[in-house]
Design a protein around this ligand. Sequence first.
Ligand SMILES: Cc1cc2nc3c(=O)[nH]c(=O)nc-3n(C[C@H](O)[C@H](O)[C@H](O)COP(=O)(O)OP(=O)(O)OC[C@H]3O[C@@H](n4cnc5c(N)ncnc54)[C@H](O)[C@@H]3O)c2cc1C
Length: 306
Amino acid sequence: MSLGRTLLLRASRSAFLAAQLKRRAFVGRAVRRFMPGEELPAALDAAERLAASGLNTVLTQLGENLTSRADADAVRDHYLGVLRDLQRHRLRAHISIKLTQLGLDVDRGACERSLDALAASAEGTGSFLWIDMEDSHYTDLTLGIFRRARAAHAGVGLCLQAYLRRTGADLDSLLPLAPAIRLVKGAYAEPADVAFPRKADVDAAYLALGERLLEHAARGARPVFGTHDVRLIERLRARAAKLKLPPGTCEFHLLYGIRDAEQRRLAAEGETVRVLISYGTAWFAWYMRRLAERPANVWFVLKNLI
Ligand SMILES: Cc1cc2nc3c(=O)[nH]c(=O)nc-3n(C[C@H](O)[C@H](O)[C@H](O)COP(=O)(O)OP(=O)(O)OC[C@H]3O[C@@H](n4cnc5c(N)ncnc54)[C@H](O)[C@@H]3O)c2cc1C
């Protein structure tokens, strides 16, 4: 892992830096490249604009590692409201949550009940609930909670991270559930015995896992590729074509503000594309991870300062 990436990921955990940078207007301007605004209406407006150009969306309110049960319950209630809003606006959008945002660190039982409530509401409103994958301390817990939710609800999917050495085995153990899996490379700082440190190894693991998911699509798995890596996307599309999978069998999910032209190109070529729109005030750790993915983005922040 590069020094720049390591430093940015370390910075993402600093409460001091978060408080300092969130006060600076030039940082706020740079953040807006990746999010349409801090409030839900801005995210809904962006989702409507994207829908008009043939792009579906996933909405996520930023926040993680909540330490109060009341705050976690408020997040659940917020998302229940979002699902009602999506139905009212006739938006075919999904939602994506982090389990630590639903209070996993505080009370696992309450977190599972909140997840059940969201999964049931997502099903009832024609939406879909995605569970993000956080750092590797949470992998076992997240898999266990996903299995339990998937047994009760069809409309819930899980993110898996290709950089983790364990993910091949995790995917194999999940495939009998005919799961919806959003495969990503992985965004956290992990030790080398847990995650591949070299990008080339992460990319190779992503391709192998993606191909395995596609091979299981005929048996009910729902492959979703969360990446901006055009080379990988094209190789997975070629594999899907070779397997003669009907259009729409797999989806491509990209982040708001990243590779917009690519998002439109894929949709124009008949792929199902979803844009993940983040909103909310707790953007610091999330934004640092976006900078770490492409340290050249730091230049963009500095340009806003100048
Ligand atoms: C829909 C979605 C959901 C995600 N959910 C999770 C999750 O739950 N858990 C998790 O750990 N990670 C998650 N991630 C983040 C993911 O793990 C990667 O950190 C991120 O997607 C960058 O990897 P990449 O696949 O785009 O490939 P890379 O090889 O990093 O990037 C490929 C190309 O995409 C462009 N690009 C990538 N990132 C940026 C950026 N920040 N700014 C500008 N250009 C960029 C660059 O041109 C780059 O060359 C998610 C990503 C997406 C798209």
